[in-house]
Write a protein that binds this ligand. Structure first.
Ligand code: ZN
Length: 728
C-alpha cells in the first residue's frame, strides 16, 4: 500500500539563536541579545493570509503572529522574498536583519532571519512575503518501496501544495503547536483545505475567499488547493467530505487499475466507510478529536495523513481496496500521531499502533486465519527487506523511506502491540489505549509512556521486554532439534540461534495427538537452549509458534519464495535472451523496465546465454523471457510449454497472459529469481509499475492490458519448526 504520513512528530527541541553579528545601534529599547542567550519566547497564534495565482505560480502571504516574550528569529521558504516585517507595532527595516541561507534542501530550503536587536514585547509580529513556487509533479516518486523527490511547495494550474517542511507559514522554531487561522484568496473555481474548521466561505468577483480556523494547538500546516468539487455530510457531529478534482465529462472516466472508475461510486464508498470508521474508533477509543474528516485527491502521487484530513493521489484514491485499508489507517492517525503526538527522538510508535488498530485489526475482524496470514506477511517482509546492515531498533525508527524501514517501523512495531496484547490480554491493552488517548491528547508521548501504562494496567515488569524489542535491533531465531516421543513423553530442544544475548520469550507450542488431543503449551524461554520434556499422548504433529505470535526471524524454510525477496535486492542482475538485448527496440524496453522496476538508472543486464548459476549464491536476478527456469534455482512446479505455462493450477497462453514467478536460489535461501514471462516488450511497463505492489506473493498472472488475474503463494519446503511423526 502506498502510504506515508505527515503528522506531528515533534522534532527534538532546538533553540538556536545563532551568533548575531550585525550592529544594532544604541537605541534605548534595543539591546543586542548575547550569543547563546535563551530569550523567553512563546508563540500563541498564527493568522495567515494567502493569495494564490496559479497561472503565474505566485504566492503572496501575510502572517500575523501573536507571542509572549522576545521575537528574535523566524524561518521562511527560500523561494519567497520577505517584503515587510513589523514587530510590536514598529516596522523593522529589512536591511537590519541578519539573513542566513539554509542548507540546500531544494524547494524545502529555508532562509533564517535574525533580528539583530531586541524589540518591545507588545506581542504581535507581521511578516509579509511573496514569490514564485513551482515544481514539476511528474518528478515525484511515491511508491510502496521508495519515497523520494516529494513535492514541497508548488502552485500551478493543476493545483497547489504547500508542505509543512517548506515553511510557507513562517516557522519560529521550537516545534510550537498553536491555534491558527488561514485566510485564502483564490481563483473563483478553486478551493483550499488545511487543518481546522471552515468558518467563512464566499465568492467575491472572480475570487473565492475561504477561512479555516483551528482553536486546538496545531501545526506545522499542510495546505492544498485546486479546482475541487466538494461533497459534505455530517456524521455524528463530524463533517465527512470528499474533495475530487472537477473533471470535464467529455474527457471520459478516470482509468483505475482495472479499467474505468465510476467516481460517484468511489465517493459514496469513501463516505460510507469513513462513517463506519468514525463510529468504530469512537466506540473503541473515545471521541474523534477533530471537526472534520476529509478525503482529498492530490494532483501528484501521495498518501499523507493530516489532522482531520488525508491527501491521496488520483490513482490511489480510486483503488478498490483503499476504503477498506488505508482510509481507516489514515482516520486512526487522528488518534495516534495527530491526537496523541509522538516524541520522535525516542522512537516513532504511532505507525505500529495505527497498523495494529487498522490494517491488522480489519484482518482480525475478518477471521483468525486472515490475522495469522497478516502476521506471517509481516515476518516475511522483515526477513526479505531487513538484513543485518539495514536493521535499526524501534528507538531509531522515525519515518519509512524504504522497504526495510517499513518492515521495522510498521511491521515490527505492530508486533510489539500484538505481543503486549498476548501478555496482558487484548481487553487490558484496549483499556490502555483509551487511557493514553484520554490523558495524552495534545501532548507528545514516547514508547516509554506506553510501556509504563501497560505495566500499571497489567501489573507487569516490562524492563526486559523494552530492552529486547525497543532498544535492540534484530529478532530472535528459533530452531527445534532432536524432538522425540518415548514412553509417553515428548522430549527435545528448542534453540535460539540468532546469536548475542538470548531473548526472554513465551513460545507457543502446538501438539496434535493421534487420539485427537490438541495441546497448546507455552514454553518460557530465557536462554539459548531449552530442554523440552512434556507428558502427552502419541503426537502426530508438533509445531513451534504455528500462528506466528512472536516477532522472530523466519527460517528460510518457513518462507515460500516471494516477489519481495528478489525486489529487496538493491542491485539485482537483469537477464534476457541475447536476441532481445541485440534488438534496439526491445533493448530500450528492457532498460526502461529495469529503471522503472527498481529505480535503477544503470541496471546491469546480461544475456541469458552468458548466465552462471553461481551468481545466485550472492545475488538475486530478474529474468525476462527465459525459455523455462534458469540454472541455480530450487525445483519448481512450473510447467512451461511452447505456447502455454502452468503453475499451481493457474495457466495461460504465452501470447496472451504474462506470468511473474519467484523461485529461490538452491544455494542461498535469501536469494532467488523473479521470472517474467511476457507476450512481448509492450507488456513490461505495466508490470514494472504493478509488480512491486504484490511483494508478498509467489506468482502473479496479468492479462494483456496489465490487469492482475491471479496471484498466490507456493508452499514452503521443509519447515524446521514443525515435526510430523509417523504412525498411523
Ligand atoms: Zn501510517
Amino acid at each position: 500500500m502506498t502510504h506515508h504520513t505527515l503528522r506531528r512528530v515533534l522534532p527534538p527541541l532546538s533553540l538556536s539563536l545563532g551568533l548575531l553579528t550585525a550592529s544594532c545601534g544604541s537605541r534605548l529599547l534595543c539591546r543586542m541579545p548575547v550569543a547563546g542567550e535563551q530569550l523567553p519566547f512563546n508563540l500563541m497564534h498564527h493568522a495567515l493570509s494567502l493569495r494564490l495565482d496559479p497561472s503565474a505560480h505566485t504566492v503572496e502571504l501575510s502572517d500575523s503572529l501573536r507571542f509572549n516574550g522576545t521575537f528574535t528569529r523566524f524561518e521562511l521558504n527560500a523561494g519567497l522574498e520577505l517584503t515587510r516585517l513589523e514587530v510590536g507595532g514598529r516596522q523593522v527595516p529589512l536591511k537590519r536583519l541578519v539573513v542566513k541561507p539554509g542548507e540546500d534542501r531544494g524547494p524545502a530550503t529555508r532562509t533564517t532571519y535574525l533580528l539583530a536587536c531586541r524589540l518591545p514585547q507588545t506581542g504581535l509580529a507581521v511578516i509579509e512575503a511573496k514569490g514564485n513556487l513551482w515544481q514539476d509533479p511528474e518528478q515525484v516518486r511515491f511508491g510502496h518501496e521508495t519515497v523520494g523527490n516529494e513535492l514541497m511547495a508548488t502552485v500551478g494550474a493543476e493545483g497547489a501544495w504547500l508542505a509543512p517542511e517548506a515553511a510557507i507559514l513562517p516557522d519560529v522554531g521550537e516545534g510550537e503547536l498553536v491555534p491558527h487561522r488561514v485566510h485564502a484568496d483564490l481563483p473563483a473555481d478553486w478551493s483550499l483545505i488545511t487543518d481546522g474548521r471552515l468558518v467563512r466561505d464566499w465568492v467575491s468577483g472572480d475570487r473565492h475567499l475561504m477561512s479555516w480556523e483551528e482553536s486546538l494547538p496545531g501545526g506545522p500546516l499542510s495546505i492544498v488547493a485546486g479546482p475541487y468539487d466538494i461533497r459534505r455530510e455530517m456524521v455524528d457531529g463530524v463533517e465527512v467530505s470528499t474533495w475530487f478534482f472537477r473533471r470535464d465529462p467529455a474527457a471520459g472516466p478516470v482509468m483505475g487499475i482495472s479499467g474505468p472508475v465510476d467516481d460517484e461510486e468511489v465517493r459514496a464508498t469513501l463516505h460510507r466507510m469513513s462513517a463506519y470508521y468514525l463510529k468504530m474508533y469512537r466506540d473503541w477509543l473515545g471521541p474523534y478529536p477533530y471537526s472534520k474528516f476529509a478525503v482529498v485527491e492530490s494532483f501528484f502521487p501521495s498518501g499523507y495523513g493530516m489532522p482531520g484530513w488525508t491527501l491521496l493521489g488520483s490513482q490511489v484514491v480510486r483503488m478498490p481496496y483503499i476504503p477498506y485499508t488505508s482510509l481507516g489507517h489514515e482516520l486512526l492517525h487522528n488518534y495516534w500521531g495527530n491526537g496523541v503526538y509522538v516524541q520522535a527522538e525516542l522512537g516513532n510508535w504511532c505507525e505500529g499502533l495505527t497498523v495494529y488498530g487498522s490494517d491488522y485489526r480489519y484482518k482480525a475482524l475478518e477471521s483468525p486465519a486472515a490475522a495469522r496470514e497478516y502476521r506471517k506477511g509481516v515476518l516475511k517482509d522483515y526477513r526479505s527487506y531487513v538484513d543485518g546492515s539495514k536493521d535499526i531498533s524501534l528507538r531509531e525508527f522515525q519515518n519509512r523511506h524504504d522497504g526495510a524501514t517499513r518492515a521495522i517501523g510498521y511491521g515490527k512495531s505492530m508486533y510489539v502491540f500484538h505481543m503486549l496484547a498476548q501478555l496482558m490480554g487484548s481487553e487490558a491493552l484496549d483499556a490502555v489505549q483509551r487511557e493514553m488517548y484520554l490523558s495524552w491528547s495534545g501532548r507528545a508521548a514516547s514508547w516509554d509512556d506506553w510501556l509504563a501504562a501497560c505495566e500499571r494496567k497489567g501489573q507487569l515488569d516490562l524492563a526486559r521486554f523494552k530492552a529486547q524489542w525497543l532498544d535492540r535491533e534484530g529478532a530472535p531465531a528459533l530452531r527445534l532439534e532432536e524432538l522425540d516421543w518415548t514412553n509417553g513423553r515428548l522430549q527435545g530442544r528448542l534453540l535460539q540461534s540468532q546469536g548475542g544475548a538470548p531473548y526472554e520469550l513465551d513460545v507457543p507450542l502446538l501438539i496434535e495427538c493421534h487420539d485427537g488431543t490438541v495441546m497448546h503449551e507455552r514454553l518460557q524461554v530465557d536462554r539459548d537452549t531449552l530442554f523440552i520434556d512434556l507428558p502427552c499422548p502419541e503426537p502426530r504433529r508438533v509445531a513451534v509458534d504455528p500462528d506466528f505470535d512472536l516477532f522472530r526471524l523466519l527460517d528460510g524454510r518457513e518462507m515460500e519464495p516471494v516477489v519481495g525477496m528478489v525486489l529487496a535486492e538493491e542491485r539485482p542482475l537483469f537477464l534476457a535472451p541475447r536476441a532481445w538485448l541485440d534488438d534496439a527496440t526491445r533493448r530500450e524496453a528492457l532498460l526502461a523496465f529495469s529503471s522503472a522496476l527498481k529505480d535503477l538508472k544503470d541496471a546491469e543486464w546480461q544475456a541469458l546465454e552468458d548466465f552462471k548459476a553461481s551468481t545466485l549464491k550472492q545475488r538475486s536476478v530478474v529474468v525476462v523471457n527465459a525459455p523455462g527456469l534458469i540454472d541455480g534455482l530450487e525445483a519448481s512446479d512450473l510447467r512451461m510449454g511452447e505456447d502455454r505455462w502452468r503453475i499451481a493450477g493457474v495457466e495461460g497462453q504465452r501470447a496472451e497472459r504474462s506470468l511473474v514467478l519467484a523461485v529461490k536460489s538452491s544455494t542461498n535461501d535469501r536469494k532467488g529469481a523473479l521470472l517474467f514471462y511476457v507476450p512481448g516488450p509492450e507488456a513490461l511497463p505495466a508490470l514494472a509499475r504493478k509488480v512491486p505492489h504484490y511483494g508478498k506473493y509467489s506468482y502473479l498472472a496479468f492479462d494483456s492490458s496489465g490487469v492482475n488475474q491471479a496471484k498466490g503463494n507456493l508452499s514452503p519446503r521443509g519447515n524446521p519448526l514443525e515435526r510430523r511423526f509417523g504412525g498411523w
